[in-house]
Design a protein around this ligand. Sequence first.
Ligand code: PHE
Length: 447
Amino acid sequence: MAERETWETRLGFILAAVGSAVGLGNIWGFPFQAGQNGGAAFLVVYLAVVFLIGFPAILMEFVVGRRSRRNPIDAFRELGHGAWAIAGIVGTFTAFWVLSFYSVIGGWVLRYLGGSVTGAYFGDATAYFNAISTGPEAVALHAVFMLLVVGIVAFGVEDGIERSAKVMVPSIVVLLFGLGIWASTLSNAGAGYDYYLSPNVDVIVDNIASILPSAVGQAFFTLSLGMGAMIAYSSYLGRDDSLPRDGGIIVIFNTLVGLLAGFVVFPILFNLGIDPGRGGSGTAFKTLGGAFGQIPSGKLVGIVFFFVLLLAALSSAISLLEVVTSFAVENTSYSRPAVAVGVGTLVFLLGVPSALYSDYLTWFNLLAYDLFLPAAVLLLALFLGWVYPHGAVDELRQGTAVSATFSTVWLWFVRIVIPAGILLTLVLGVQELLVQAGVLESAILLS
Ligand code: PHE
């Protein structure tokens, strides 16, 4: 077995974890989900979910990763409960699944980077998106994106992952901030803010059956939870770090980036007269493309923006591939590069349908959000809360300044709040899948 690497510095870990969390989920996924689920209504539920379920859940993954110092599947055997490896298997499978369509979107980013240079999307941003998002060229760019991801993962943790995160994290915040300020000057920006920031209680109550699963899925997706990624990253962590503090930084930072993306996208949607509910998976691309077509030095801003988005997408995608790679490297005699190439090829093939037909991408995404992610986090919560509570609390308290009260409250969140929230989500999520598939005419529960 290869000797295990560790992070060079604590900041290295935080940056890499933030790099994993901040990605297409924040900039592509968040406006898409918020737009489909009533804007501000979604925002309220999402924020509640992030802090009540997302924060304690990220600590669950840290606890498993740091205590076991193993990949997300072998971790459970290391902790003495091999049967619970099923939690890691579901997560690892989900990482594989998600990466397949994530890479297709990564391919779109590459396309938009090129389009910024030539000004290709400056005319009609919506038509451009519709033209490029599916088809043979989308497949080709999906392949290029996967090649980049495989290349970085092949080099290993310190050289590839840590370094690329350091550049992307600060740049993305600065750019989104600038764009947000520009967006505030647009005509009709007020309607965008209104849609985004003024929640209507009736809308929340009437649509909770579809808002809740989307909000939970989005929270897990953007925090990189339920896919083993945070288990894998924290397995390289030193014993003296404070897990709650690191987790808190990551959660807050990640949430801010998503919020910021909303401040950019919604004013632009309303300015361009696009119905947020109809933007679909292209919402962010259509609005940003439309914006760069209008602003002074739009080409330059477009190039910089999509370059940074590419870095963000890469730093997330590498952590998805790392999950599967670390398992295979530690369990076979194949070298890291060979494994990365092999797994990368399989992921690419699974993603081809999503690059050809937008319906596939929507379905892959929906299954991950409504089913796989919640299932993986639920299994982990049941394991830590009810099977391994003493080890879990002990590990949480390693490092500095974690009070007994904090760890007790955390344990009860893990035992009750997270499972209850997720069970409700799963039931509603399956219902939503059946409605979308046309099996159910409309929601029965909570409708
Ligand atoms: N959090 C990433 C995003 O929001 C996606 C991701 C999930 C990355 C899981 C790694 C692991 O884009």
